[in-house]
Design a binder for this molecule. Structure first.
Ligand code: MN
Length: 257
């Protein structure tokens, strides 16, 4: 079966063979959002992605390393005009990162406000144990007509999902989200027209090894099964969703002609 796959959140630059990881996306025609964890990683990702037709680099400052890297915000400001995509950004209020929560909030607010000023950005957002906070901040700092939000690895409740949908958010769904009953239940009620797929490789494992973009095929199959659809139909729905997500961006022309 030949499906057009979309991996909307993958850390291609964190694979030991990262140049191959970029080249694989191109060879396999997988539209991949190459998220980064620090502004310092941007230039290299931009360079590797520009040699492909299918990989898009995202400018990021991961909430889990904000404590060490907040001083890279100057670089953030420098590169943002060149980045159409932003990620990985957001808030992590889990026990390991709770200490930096106040700093994370300052940094994420800066990110949202600068994206709002520039306009036209598409953001892949992390929200571990902070769904309500992240949605509050999006509502307050990023005007809906100034940027699009994709919630990566959403772990919020049913009512938070509803609120996110009302705020215009999309959701990139990964394999780990399909492995607990609670999360599967939330995913099963997301509007079909707001769903994208992701691997979050190399962090999420599949069959005991770090997952790679081609593994989104498995997510597509599980999503399709849960909705009583053919995998092919699910894949083309996700493709349509990407198209509508990017409808007002300059990338739409390049991708969809
Ligand atoms: Mn990630």
């Amino acid at each position: 079966m030949n499906m057009r796959l979309i991996d909307f959140h993958c850390h291609l630059d964190l694979y030991p063979d990262y140049a191959t990881a970029f080249a694989d996306c191109q060879r396999q025609s997988i539209y991949t959002l190459a998220v980064t964890t620090t502004p310092r990683a941007w230039a290299r990702n931009m360079e590797l992605a520009s040699a492909t037709e299918f990989v898009r680099p995202a400018l990021g400052l991961h909430p889990q390393i904000v404590a060490e890297r907040a001083d890279e915000l100057a670089l953030w400001d420098k590169y943002l005009p060149y980045a159409q995509y932003v990620g990985e950004v957001g808030i992590d209020a889990g026990p390991h990162f709770f200490r930096s929560l106040e700093l994370q909030k300052k940094v994420f607010e800066h990110i949202l406000r600068t994206c709002s000023e520039h306009g036209g950005k598409c953001l892949s957002v992390h929200s571990v144990r902070a769904t309500r906070l992240v949605l509050d901040m999006i509502e307050r700092c990023l005007r809906p007509d100034r940027g699009r939000i994709v919630l990566h690895w959403f772990t919020g409740s049913q009512s938070e999902a509803k609120r996110a949908v009302d705020l215009g958010c999309y959701f990139s769904v990964n394999l780990a989200m399909m492995q607990t009953d609670r999360s599967r239940g939330v995913v099963s009620r997301l509007p079909l027209d707001r769903i994208l797929t992701e691997t979050d490789g190399p962090f999420i494992k599949m069959d005991g090894r770090p997952s790679r973009p081609a593994d989104v095929a498995r997510v597509v199959e599980i999503l399709a099964h849960s909705r009583g659809l053919e995998a092919q139909t699910m894949a083309s729905t996700i493709h349509t969703n990407l198209r509508s997500l990017l409808s007002r961006s300059s990338d739409a022309e390049r991708l969809f002609g």
